[in-house]
Ligand binder design. Structure first.
Ligand SMILES: C[S@@+](CC[C@H](N)C(=O)[O-])C[C@H]1O[C@@H](n2cnc3c(N)ncnc32)[C@H](O)[C@@H]1O
Length: 462
C-alpha cells in the first residue's frame, strides 16, 4: 500500500476540482484500509482515518471556531509561539490538525476514549504534525485538572472544547425536531463522543469550575456550546461570578453552534471581541500622528500621560483595555460635552475675572450699604456665583494640563449615564512615529462628537 499523501500542491489541486468543502470520496483506492479514509480540503489537505462509528467532523464549523480563537488571540496581541489545549480531541484530532497546519500552533489534545485516543495519535502522525501536536490520554473524569495536577508546566494561550452535547441517548434522539432537515453530513458518532453525564451544561460547568482553580494556566478559556439554552445558563454563571467573558455564534448551513470564552487575565475580551449577536458597527478610525512636544521625550509613556491629562481635563472616563509593548488600547466615554465652546468659556471667565475686581469693590460697598440691597439682586448675585463656580471648576480642570498628573485611575469608573461619545482610543508606535487612532463606538453626539474631541486634542497638543 502506498504511503498516504500529506499537504502537497498536486493533491491540493486534484482535490480542489473535486469538492471545496467537506469530505471527498476516496480518490485513490490503493490507499484504502479498513477504516474510512476521508480527505478534506480547505486551503489544505488532511487525511483522516476514522473508525466507522466515530464522528466525521465537518471542517467549516471547526475552522470557524479556530478563526474566532485567532480573533481573541489577536485582540490580546498574542501572535507568536501559540500553545493551545483541545479538550476531547476526538478520533481525528481535528482542531489540533487545523490549528497546527493553518497557524503552526503547538497543540495538546486530550481524550478519554481509548479508540479515539489511539486514532487521534495515528492521524497526527499520518499528517506529519507530531512536532506540533501531542495527544494525551485523560484517565480521569476531570476536564483539565488532570493536566495541571501533574508536573505539567505549560501555560496555554487558549483552551478549546467541543463537549459531548447530550445527557442520554433519548436526549440525543429527541434533540432534532422532525420538522427540520437532517444535517447534510448525516449522523455519525459513538455514545462516548456524544453523551456525557448531565449533558454539555454539566460538562461546561465542571470545566468552568476547574478553570477557577487554574486561572493562570490558560490565558483564554473557550468552549463550543451546542444548545442556546445552555449558552444562556453559562452566560448567567459567568455574569454572576463577575468573570470577564464574550461569546459568538457559528452558523454553518443548517447547524448553529455557539462559542463562549472567558478569562481571569486583565483582558477585556467583551470589548475587544464583542458578541456576534450584538455586532459592533465598525467605523473607520480617525488617525492622528501625534507630533513631538518640545522638551518632552517622544515616547509612548509620555504620549499616554499627556493624553490622559487631556481626557481628565475633559472629564472623559477612560479604562485601559490592553497594554502591550508599545501599544495601548483605552475605552473612553464622555458623558457631558466639555470640549465645545472652549473659547466662549474663556471669554466668559475673563469677563468674570473683571467682574471679580468690580465685585470686590461692590463687596466693599455692600459692607456699608447691605441694608439697601433688594432680594432680587441677591438672587442674581447667587446665580452669578453658582455659574462662576462651575466655570471656575471647568477652567481649573483645564489648568491640569500644565500640572503633573498623579493618577490615571481618577476617571476610571464609568457612570451609568448614556454616553455622548463612546470610543476606542489606541496609541500605536509605528517606527519613529506615535499615532493616535480613535474609533467611534456609540453615543448621542455621533461621530461628529468624536471629531470634536480629536480636534480638541490637536489644539491642546503642546
Ligand atoms: C463531541 S466529541 C468532539 C470531538 C472533536 N473535538 C470534534 O470536534 O470533532 C467530544 C469528545 O470529548 C471526549 N471526552 C469526553 N469527556 C472528556 C474528558 N473529560 N476529557 C477529555 N476528553 C473527553 C469524548 O471521548 C469525545 O471524543
Amino acid at each position: 500500500m502506498a504511503a498516504p499523501p500529506y499537504y502537497n500542491a498536486d493533491i491540493e489541486n486534484t482535490l480542489l476540482k473535486i469538492r471545496l468543502y467537506g469530505s471527498v470520496p476516496l480518490p485513490f483506492p490503493e490507499w484504502g484500509g479498513g477504516d474510512r479514509l476521508n480527505y478534506y480540503y480547505y486551503f489544505f489537505v488532511f487525511i483522516f482515518y476514522i473508525p466507522e462509528d466515530r464522528l466525521v467532523p465537518t471542517l467549516p464549523l471547526r475552522l470557524n471556531y479556530i478563526l474566532w480563537i485567532e480573533d481573541l488571540l489577536n485582540a490580546i496581541e498574542k501572535i507568536n509561539n501559540i500553545w493551545g489545549l483541545d479538550i476531547g480531541t476526538g478520533a481525528c484530532a481535528v482542531y489540533p490538525l487545523l490549528a497546527a497546519r493553518k497557524n503552526k500552533w503547538h497543540m495538546i489534545g486530550t481524550e478519554t476514549d481509548d479508540i479515539s485516543f489511539q486514532k487521534a495519535e495515528e492521524n497526527v502522525k499520518r499528517n506529519h504534525l507530531q512536532d506540533l501536536i501531542e495527544v494525551r490520554k485523560n484517565l480521569t473524569s476531570s476536564v483539565i485538572e488532570q493536566l495541571f495536577e501533574d508536573e505539567f508546566k505549560q501555560v496555554f494561550d487558549f483552551s478549546m472544547c467541543n463537549p459531548p452535547f447530550y445527557s442520554s441517548v433519548q436526549e440525543l434522539c429527541e434533540s432534532r425536531s422532525p420538522a427540520r432537515l437532517p444535517p447534510k453530513n448525516g449522523f455519525t458518532g459513538s455514545p462516548q463522543e456524544l453523551i456525557t453525564e448531565g449533558g454539555e451544561l454539566q460538562f461546561c460547568r465542571k470545566y468552568l469550575k476547574e478553570s477557577k482553580i487554574y486561572k493562570d494556566k490558560v490565558l483564554i478559556y473557550t468552549t463550543m456550546v451546542g444548545h442556546k439554552y445552555n449558552l444562556k445558563e453559562l452566560l448567567q454563571d459567568l455574569k454572576l461570578e463577575g468573570i470577564t467573558h464574550t461569546y459568538t455564534e457559528f452558523c454553518q448551513g443548517r447547524v448553529t453552534r455557539w462559542g463562549l470564552a472567558w478569562t481571569y487575565q486583565d483582558f477585556d475580551i467583551f470589548q475587544l471581541v464583542p458578541p456576534r449577536d450584538q455586532p459592533r458597527k465598525k467605523h473607520a478610525p480617525i488617525v492622528y500622528l501625534l507630533p513631538q512636544i518640545p522638551n518632552i521625550p517622544y515616547n509612548v509613556d509620555n504620549v499616554i500621560n499627556k493624553l490622559i491629562i487631556i481626557l481628565n481635563t475633559l472629564n472623559i472616563y477612560h479604562k485601559v483595555l490592553n497594554k502591550r509593548g508599545n501599544n495601548i488600547i483605552l475605552d473612553v466615554t464622555a458623558t457631558t460635552n466639555t470640549w465645545s465652546n472652549q473659547r466662549r468659556k474663556r471669554r466668559l471667565m475673563k469677563k468674570l475675572e473683571t467682574n471679580d475686581c468690580k465685585k470686590t469693590k461692590i463687596d466693599h460697598t455692600e459692607y456699608t450699604t447691605s441694608s439697601t440691597e433688594d432680594s432680587n439682586s441677591n438672587e442674581t448675585l447667587n446665580e452669578t456665583n453658582h455659574f462662576e463656580k462651575s466655570i471656575h471648576a471647568t477652567l481649573k480642570d483645564e489648568d491640569n494640563d500644565l500640572k503633573p498628573h498623579t493618577s490615571s485611575n481618577d476617571k476610571e469608573t464609568v457612570p451609568v449615564i448614556e454616553p455622548i461619545v463612546h470610543a476606542i482610543l489606541k496609541v500605536l508606535k509605528k517606527e519613529n512615529d506615535i499615532l493616535m487612532e480613535m474609533e467611534y463606538l456609540d453615543g448621542s453626539a455621533g461621530k461628529e462628537g468624536l471629531h470634536q474631541i480629536v480636534q480638541y486634542i490637536k489644539n491642546n497638543w503642546k
